[in-house]
Ligand binder design. Structure first.
Ligand SMILES: [Zn+2]
Length: 587
């Protein structure tokens, strides 16, 4: 035989699956062993040879694994005791659902110095990520057993870490996860020098999907505060760290020290030893007396544990609806709320109130009232008491009810370049209706009703601009004043429009129309709905009054007189005021 390797096989560690070399015949520079699918992410490959190998050639230069973008993956390469097998395993687990290629180059030689005839390659796809918590194992590590870190009040880091870790384990088990602890009591089976190896072995034996190390921080600066999470390198460790860190900050309101790449020191040894994604959380500073108190509290530990569980579920893509946290701080004070309202208003009680918390932060806190809303028809001061949920606190709302002031928007029709109707004598509608509008406004003001005009001068104005004035002013009513026009000079009388379907509009229109007919004895053309722009596009109850016909010579002569304008204004004001409920009208 010319070749020293009669057979070259790659076998799966436990099944010894031999693949004869001759099944692959390819005119290429390497031998393709064919793909392997659904490989576990921690997979060690055993490459078997029919001759003993030169150990000097069995290294990560000659045997390597590359990722999808031809990046080199960190692997350990070792030779078996009989020198005929090479074991290739990832330093950290492979990622789920990715393709990798194991490459054995020709530089691998037998002990008698002969190289492989050709490079050999094998592609493999890793299995998909776990789809439910029951397929997912979490290794929880209550760290710092040998560290002896103690707060000023005597709190020990190892106890805080254990207590929080057990709470985390209970939450994860309740959510269906498999949980394994590096320790679940105040004792360990390892020595200080062998700690990282012993913990990593627990995680690796359990085939843990993640390793969560619970730690408490310590600094010579007693002011140092906050939470930070360490990870070893980018990729999934980074995702796990940021997901958990984000939840921890949300749950504890602690200072966010961020996620950090661990330096290669003894403190972070465990990150290097485990196979699965691993992070180290520092839940606060035991050296900071305020944080020592927090770290010792059940509320803080519960929130931190729930946050880590939620961060893990987010990272793993598991559905989770239990994502709210109760504050770990007490309410120190809530200010009474004072409200000034007009009679006839409805007050809707707030669902939350602003509270000053025991850490001096300001927070919106849910509050419960006896009723959701109250109608305020009587004048006076009324006090209502609410209970702040989850806290032993009450809050008062004091409502001062004052007499209602009404507001009316009066719209003198047309203006500027738009003169409106023009009478036989040359009377312009825009001028007549402006005068009538001022007279209406004067009477309304005398009766305590605020008046807003869409225009007070002769200016060009779009119909929408008129509506905008009203919608911004938020009046009780919008009243547009016009003079009518028709092709026949005999058309006469008074009519009032309202928006179709508006009962309040119809009521106001009828009140104004009745007053106008009683006061002028002109022809009653009635109240009408006609889809007019200003009545349709104003939010307030709206009417449009056609006071009389400028196209009718008799009515034009009336419209230009102060006397007739006064009668019209008085009638329109009276209709408005009566509809508002104001009866003792002053003119
Ligand atoms: Zn008009």
């Amino acid at each position: 035989m010319k070749n020293i390797f009669k057979a070259f096989t790659i076998m799966i560690l436990t099944f010894a699956l031999f693949i004869p070399m001759q099944i692959v015949v390819k005119a290429s520079t390497y031998i393709d062993m064919g793909p392997k699918n659904d490989v576990v992410v921690s997979k060690p490959w055993t490459v078997s040879f029919n001759k003993t190998l030169s150990s000097a050639t069995v290294n990560t230069t000659n045997i390597k694994v590359v990722g999808e973008s031809n990046n080199y993956i960190d692997v350990n390469v070792s030779l078996s005791n009989d020198n005929k097998k090479v074991i290739v395993s990832p330093v950290k687990n492979y990622e789920s659902n990715k393709t990798y290629t194991l490459i054995v180059t020709q530089m691998v030689k037998s002990t008698d110095g002969k190289p492989l005839p050709k490079e050999v390659r094998m592609a493999f796809n890793t299995e998909g990520a776990s789809t439910k918590p029951s397929e997912f194992t979490v290794c929880i590590d209550p760290a710092q057993y040998y560290k002896g870190i103690t707060g000023i009040n005597g709190t020990k880091a190892k106890d805080i870490n254990l207590s929080t870790a057990l709470k985390l384990g209970d939450i994860l088990k309740a959510r269906g996860f498999n949980v394994v602890y590096t320790r679940n009591t105040d004792s360990v089976s390892w020595t200080e020098s062998n700690e990282a190896n012993a913990k990593a072995a627990i995680a690796n034996n359990a085939k843990a999907d993640v390793f969560l190390s619970i730690n408490t921080n310590n600094s010579s600066n007693t002011q140092a505060s906050g939470i930070e999470t360490y990870y070893l390198s980018a990729g999934v460790n980074n995702l796990l760290a940021s997901s958990i860190q984000g939840e921890l900050i949300k749950a504890t309101e602690a200072y966010d020290r961020g996620i950090k790449v661990a330096e290669e020191t003894a403190n972070f040894e465990i990150l290097n030893k485990t196979s699965c994604p691993t992070v180290m959380m520092e839940l606060g500073f035991l050296s900071n007396p305020n944080e020592e108190t927090l770290l010792s509290s059940d509320k803080y530990q519960n929130n931190a544990a729930k946050a880590i569980a939620n961060g893990l579920m987010k990272y793993a893509g598991f559905a989770n609806t239990d994502t709210n946290y109760d504050s770990i701080f007490e309410v120190s004070s809530v200010q009474d709320i004072i409200v000034n309202l007009q009679a006839g208003s409805t007050y809707i009680f707030p669902k939350t109130v602003q509270a000053t918390m025991s850490n001096n932060s300001i927070k919106d806190i849910a509050v419960e009232w006896l009723q959701n809303s109250v109608n305020l028809n009587e004048l006076g001061t009324f006090t209502y008491e609410g209970v702040i949920k989850n806290y032993d606190k009450k809050v008062k709302i004091i409502i001062n009810v004052t007499k209602k002031t009404f507001k009316i928007v009066i719209d003198p029709g047309h203006g500027g370049l738009d003169p409106g109707a023009i009478g036989a004598m040359g009377t312009q509608e825009k001028a007549i209706v402006l005068q009538i509008s001022f007279k209406i406004g004067a009477i309304l003001t005398k009766n305590g009703v605020e008046t807003v005009y869409t225009r007070e001068i002769d200016k060009t104005q779009s119909l929408q601009a008129k509506c905008d004035v009203s919608n911004n002013a938020k009046p009780d009513y919008f009243v547009s004043i016009h003079a009518n026009s028709f092709t026949s000079t005999t058309a006469s009388g008074i009519e009032t429009f309202y928006c179709s379907g508006s009962a309040a509009g119809a009521k106001l229109a009828q009140a104004v129309q009745t007053e106008l007919i009683n006061a002028t004895s002109r022809l009653d053309r009635g109240i009408k709905t006609n889809g007019l722009y200003v009545t349709s596009n104003t939010n307030a109850t709206a009417i449009l009054v056609e006071t009389s016909f400028l196209s009718n010579p008799t009515e034009e002569k009336l419209l230009v007189t102060q006397a007739y304008q006064d009668i019209l204004a008085k009638a329109i004001s009276t209709g408005i005021l009566k509809t508002l409920g104001i009866t003792n009208i002053v003119y």
